[in-house]
Design a protein around this ligand. Structure first.
Ligand SMILES: *[C@@H]1O[C@H](CO)[C@@H](O)[C@H](O)[C@H]1NC(C)=O
Ligand SMILES: *[C@@H]1O[C@H](CO)[C@@H](O)[C@H](O)[C@H]1NC(C)=O
Ligand SMILES: *[C@@H]1O[C@H](CO)[C@@H](O)[C@H](O)[C@H]1NC(C)=O
Ligand SMILES: [Zn+2]
Length: 444
C-alpha cells in the first residue's frame, strides 16, 4: 500500500532529476525593494504618537536611551535563545542552487547572485548572527504538486539538505531535537537547528513514514499546506465560496495526531482549516503549535487564527508563532513592523503572554515588512515592545521560553504514552479517491 509505493518511487525517482523550476512556493514575484533600518539608528516606525514626539525631539540623552533599549534586548538575547518557528531556507537552496552546497557559501549572501536579488532570500549566517537567532526550525517543505506522487522523497531530500548544511557549517549550526538540546547548543554559542516538515502530504498517508520522520529528528509536522490531504482540510477551504471536504480531520487524521502525540512530534496547525484546528485541539493530548500564522481579527486572511481558537490554544498550553508575511499582517501587499507589533499585542491582550512566539516564515514568502526584511532584524521587534512597556519576563516568553515550555510538555506527553505501542492502522483504502491511488501498488 502506501508504504511500499513510497519505496518504489524512491528507487525510480532517484534516477530522475528534480523538476526544480516547478518548485516556486509563491508565484507573486518579483516585488518591490526592501528598505531596512539599522539598529544603531532610531527606528522610524515607533509605535505610539508619544514615541514619535520623542524621536522628533531627539536629544543626546534620548539617543543614550535608545542605545540602552538595544543593550537590554541584546543582553536578553544572550540569555534566552531566540527560537524562530519557521524558516524556508532549505526550499530556497533547492530553488536557487539545486541543493548543491558546493556552489555557494552560506556565510554572506547579501551581495551574491542570484540570492541578493531574490525576494525570498532573507537568510545567511552573517544576518542570523546579527539578528541574534538562537534556535531555528528549518523547514523540510514539499509542495502540493508532490501529493500522491513523490512527496515523501522530496521531504527526505529536504531533510538531507538540512543535515548537510548543519554539517558543512558546523561552527555555526548544531542539530537539536529537544528543549534541553536547544539550551545546550545555545550555551555553546551555536545556533540550535531543528527540523519541521511542511505539510502533511509529505508522509504519504503512512504512519510508517511519520515515524521515520521522527527518527530523523523531525519535531513538528504542519498537517497541511495549501491543499487538503485525504485526512485533513486546509485553510483555503475556509475562503468564501469554498466547501469543506472532511469538515476538519477524518478518522485517520485523528489517528495521525494521536501518533504524533505518542512520538513526541509537535502538531503544527498553521495552514489548516478552522474545523481542523478545532478537531486537533479536541484530540491532541499535547500542546499544539501554529509555526507561522497571525490573528484573524487583525487581518481576516484564512491563514490567520480566529479569536475563539486562540482562546482554545491558551487552554491547550500551545503557542502561536507570528509570521511576517505582509498579506497575513496587514491584509495588503505592504506592511511594516507596526503591523507585526499589532498582531503580537492583540494576541497578548486576548490570551496573555504565555502563548506567543515568532515564526517569521523568512525565505518562504516574498513580501516582508520594510523594517523586518531579513533575519538580522528581529531585535527591532523587542525594542518596539520594550517601548510599549513590555516587561523583560514577557519578552523572554515571546523570544523563547514559551516554546521551550511547549517542547518540554510535548516530551512529557511522549513519556506518559511510552507504554503504548506504535499505531498500526493504515489509511482506509476507501478514503483514497482513484486519482490518489495512481502511484500505489497492491503490495500487501
Ligand atoms: C565560507 O566563507 C567563510 C569566510 O567568509 C569561510 O571561513 C568558510 O570556511 C567558508 N565555508 C565554506 C563551506 O565554504
Ligand atoms: C471538537 O470540539 C468542537 C467544539 O468544542 C465540536 O464542535 C466538534 O464536534 C469536536 N470535534 C470532535 C472530533 O470531537
Ligand atoms: C475579509 O473582509 C473583507 C472585507 O470585509 C471581505 O470582503 C472578505 O471576504 C473577508 N475574508 C474572509 C476570509 O472572511
Ligand atoms: Zn507555510
Amino acid at each position: 500500500m502506501a508504504q511500499s509505493s513510497v519505496i518504489v518511487w524512491m528507487i525510480v525517482l532517484a534516477f530522475i532529476s528534480a523538476e526544480v523550476s516547478a518548485f516556486a512556493k509563491l508565484i507573486d514575484r518579483p516585488l518591490g525593494e526592501k528598505v531596512g533600518i539599522t539598529l544603531n539608528k532610531i527606528p522610524e516606525s515607533l509605535h505610539d504618537s508619544e514615541a514619535k514626539t520623542v524621536a522628533n525631539e531627539l536629544s543626546e540623552t534620548q539617543v543614550i536611551s535608545v542605545n540602552d533599549e538595544l543593550a537590554i534586548v541584546s543582553q536578553l538575547l544572550d540569555r534566552v535563545p531566540l527560537i524562530d518557528g519557521h524558516n524556508d531556507l532549505p526550499h530556497v537552496i533547492r530553488l536557487l542552487a539545486e541543493s548543491r552546497l558546493a556552489n555557494f557559501n552560506l556565510t554572506d549572501l547579501s551581495d551574491k547572485t542570484p540570492w541578493s536579488s531574490d525576494p525570498t532570500s532573507h537568510t545567511d549566517i552573517v544576518r542570523l548572527r546579527k539578528g541574534k537567532v538562537g534556535a531555528q526550525f528549518w523547514v523540510a517543505y514539499t509542495n502540493c504538486k508532490t501529493q500522491h506522487n513523490d512527496s515523501p522523497q522530496k521531504a527526505l531530500e529536504q531533510i538531507d539538505l538540512i543535515y548537510r548544511f548543519i554539517d558543512l557549517y558546523s561552527d555555526t549550526f548544531q542539530l537539536a531535537t529537544t528543549a534541553q538540546e536547544i539550551e545546550d547548543v545555545f550555551g555553546t554559542g551555536k545556533i540550535a537547528s531543528l527540523i519541521g516538515v511542511e505539510g502533511g502530504h509529505a508522509m504519504g498517508n503512512s504512519l510508517s513514514i511519520l515515524r521515520i520522520f521522527y527518527r530523523l529528528g523531525v519535531r513538528y509536522m504542519t498537517l497541511t499546506h495549501s491543499c487538503p490531504t485525504p485526512w485533513a482540510d486546509n485553510s483555503q477551504l475556509d475562503n468564501p465560496g469554498q466547501r469543506p471536504i472532511h469538515g476538519g480531520l477524518s478518522g485517520f487524521g485523528e489517528v495521525v495526531v494521536q501518533e504524533m502525540n505518542r512520538l513526541g512530534m509537535m502538531v503544527d496547525i498553521s495552514h489548516v482549516s478552522v474545523a481542523t484546528m478545532e478537531d486537533v485541539l479536541n484530540v491532541s493530548k499535547a500542546p499544539v503549535i501554529f509555526s507561522h500564522s497571525g490573528a484573524f481579527s487583525v487581518c481576516n486572511h484564512t491563514r490567520n487564527v480566529p479569536d475563539h481558537i486562540l482562546r482554545r490554544l491558551a487552554n491547550n498550553g500551545g503557542i502561536i508563532m507570528v509570521a511576517f508575511y505582509n498579506e497575513f499582517l496587514s491584509c495588503g501587499k505592504s506592511a511594516n513592523i507596526k503591523d507585526v507589533i499589532r498582531q503580537i499585542e492583540h494576541i497578548r491582550n486576548l490570551i496573555g503572554a504565555d502563548h506567543i512566539g515568532l515564526g517569521g516564515d523568512f525565505n518562504g514568502v516574498d513580501r516582508v515588512p520594510t523594517d523586518l526584511d531579513d533575519v538580522s532584524k528581529y531585535p527591532n521587534i523587542f525594542v518596539e515592545l520594550l517601548r510599549l512597556g513590555w516587561s523583560e519576563t514577557d519578552l523572554e516568553k515571546l523570544v523563547g521560553t514559551n516554546m521551550l515550555r511547549v517542547m518540554r510538555r510535548v516530551e512529557e506527553v511522549k513519556q506518559e504514552l511510552a507504554f503504548t505501542e506504535p499505531i498500526e492502522e493504515w489509511i482506509p483504502i476507501e478514503d483514497l479517491r482513484p486519482e490518489h491511488k495512481l502511484c500505489l501498488t497492491d503490495y500487501v
